[in-house]
Design a protein around this ligand. Structure first.
Ligand SMILES: [Zn+2]
Length: 512
């Protein structure tokens, strides 16, 4: 049988076996990889021949940490995207416009504000929002999702029960579980979520992504399933479930990896701490800037025995673990809990973010076979005058997001975006061009971690993540080979994206 499609005359970065020039696709999978002359002979009269003319070809990206529905809701305009606002007053102006557009009484939800890049250098407050939106409920999530500011109208409609370090009614400020509880009361309709997923998938394709590891809520799972049942989900989604649902999943007999090649149940996600931006990542040494109303070293969400018990139950019932841990104290708690549960390399437990690990913690992580699931785009907050230096000081800023140290310790690395922003090439650019040596990756290492490394974190390295015969033909064509000029990776354009051999994205220059 001839190939369905061949791509020739390219620079193919196989990720696993060096370079090639060409590739053949049959039945959605990679049939062969090699020199153009060898691949040409696999073509028949019906075969589509694509001449890459020297462009780069590689496996599509797998984003190992993403929140697709939030991203999609920004794409459809349901949630106001505040990530580009350059000052607090600009953010308020955007809300004012939305209020005017939508009319009195209608919800305004926003996400993505980041006071660390604003000249005002302070959080939004309830009073700020009341002034511009006295008659509309408004709720604006911080860029990291670990904090939310609500105005008086919003707090009238939604009930918040939380202790004082998670809820400050005066400031309209919510953290962590209080944020989740709040958002659960104002979820979008199923149709709105489906539309958001569609928009998020289109964006993913344009960024060269064909697979994600998502963290899902009940209504997201429902929407994903509905789309997939209709054959309309053109993205491989590994759905990681919040630990709150662990008991129900166990009761029903589910475990990790239930599903098919598009939609799978992934890990159980546990949050051990918050974020550095929200000042509730758990640290050994205090934050160096003020932290009104909060413990000076942040906060662990669980006492150790509680965390150990959750990890043990999930592990013993066949679930992969996905533990969010940012501060050194939280990473220590996560590693200890995994050790107490006797997790080993074949379980592929993951620690998400792993922003401030100590050397000793990395050593333990290696012994337990833990995967470092990191987001190099967080480096945008590293460096002189940045958020990390302001909150943590110079010494800890140089230790943050240590991709290099992780690889040197032989801890498997998977990269993702966390949607900040959703863009692998942006993150790869920052990792390759990082300020501190501990953070810096070679282009090859970064590409590996965003493809095969992420596939490994999802138990899919036999199916995805490299250009090898037998794997799914999830591919991208890039305007330039990223290894040829590492300082310009950010400028590279994704030209084409293929999912299971079908073209799902094609870049139109100067498209309107
Ligand atoms: Zn996240």
């Amino acid at each position: 049988m001839p190939a369905d499609r061949i791509l020739i005359n390219g620079v193919a970065l196989t990720i696993s076996k060096g370079r090639a020039q060409a590739l053949a696709i049959r039945d959605g999978r990679i049939e062969a990889v090699g020199r153009t002359a060898d691949i040409r002979v696999l073509a028949g009269p019906q075969t589509e021949v694509i001449d890459l003319k020297g462009k780069a070809l590689m496996p599509a990206f797998i984003d190992a940490h993403m929140h697709l529905v939030s991203q999609g809701l920004k794409e459809t305009g349901y949630i106001l995207d505040l990530s580009e606002t350059r000052s607090l007053s600009e953010a308020l102006e955007r809300v004012r416009e939305a209020v005017k557009e939508r009319g009195e009484g209608v919800w305004v939800r926003g996400r993505g504000w980041d006071e660390s890049i604003w000249p005002e250098k302070r959080y939004l407050t309830r009073a700020d929002l009341d002034r511009i939106a006295p008659k509309n409920p408004v709720a604006l999530s911080r860029v990291d999702g670990h904090m939310l500011i609500a105005n008086s109208q919003a707090l009238k409609l939604v009930s918040v029960t939380a202790d004082s370090d998670e809820f400050d009614p005066q400031q309209g400020l919510l953290r962590e579980r209080a944020v989740n509880g709040f958002l659960q009361q104002i979820t979008p309709k199923l149709e709105e979520i489906e539309e958001a997923i569609r928009a998020g998938v289109r964006l993913a394709h344009s960024l060269g992504i064909t697979a994600i590891h998502d963290v899902v809520r009940t209504e997201h799972i429902r929407a994903y399933q509905r789309l997939h049942r209709r054959g309309e989900l053109h993205l491989r989604v590994r759905m990681n479930a919040p630990v709150e649902h662990l008991d129900s999943l166990i009761a029903l007999g589910f475990s990790s990896d239930f599903g098919d090649e598009i939609l799978k149940l992934g890990a159980i996600k546990i949050f051990t701490d918050g974020s550095i931006g929200a000042r509730n990542a758990a640290l050994f040494e205090p934050y160096i800037d003020s932290s009104t109303g909060l413990a000076a070293t942040g906060k662990l969400n669980y006492v150790q025995s509680e965390l150990n018990a959750l990890v043990k139950v999930a592990h013993e019932n066949g679930f992969q673990l996905m533990i969010h841990a940012i501060g050194d104290r939280a990473i220590g708690a996560a590693v200890d809990a995994l050790k107490a549960a006797s997790v080993g390399p074949r379980d592929r437990a993951r620690i998400e973010h792993l922003e401030l690990p100590t050397e000793e913690q990395l050593q333990k992580a290696k012994e337990l076979g833990v995967i470092a699931s990191m987001q190099p785009n967080f480096l945008q907050w590293s460096g002189s005058g940045g958020l990390y230096e302001t909150r943590l000081g110079l010494e800890r800023d140089a230790r943050i997001d240590p991709h290099r140290a992780v690889l040197d310790m032989k801890v498997p690395l998977a990269l993702g975006s966390d949607g900040m922003p959703f863009n692998p090439l942006y993150g790869i650019h920052l990792a390759v061009n990082a300020l501190y040596e501990q953070q810096r990756l070679s282009v090859e290492e970064a590409l590996h971690a965003y493809t095969l490394g992420a596939a490994y974190a999802g138990f899919q390295e036999d199916e995805l993540g490299s250009l090898e015969p037998g794997k799914w033909a999830d591919l991208i064509v890039l305007s330039e080979d990223p290894t040829s000029s590492p300082e310009n990776i950010r400028e590279i354009q994704v030209l084409e994206t293929y999912l299971a051999g079908e073209r799902v994205f094609h870049y139109e220059e100067a498209s309107e």
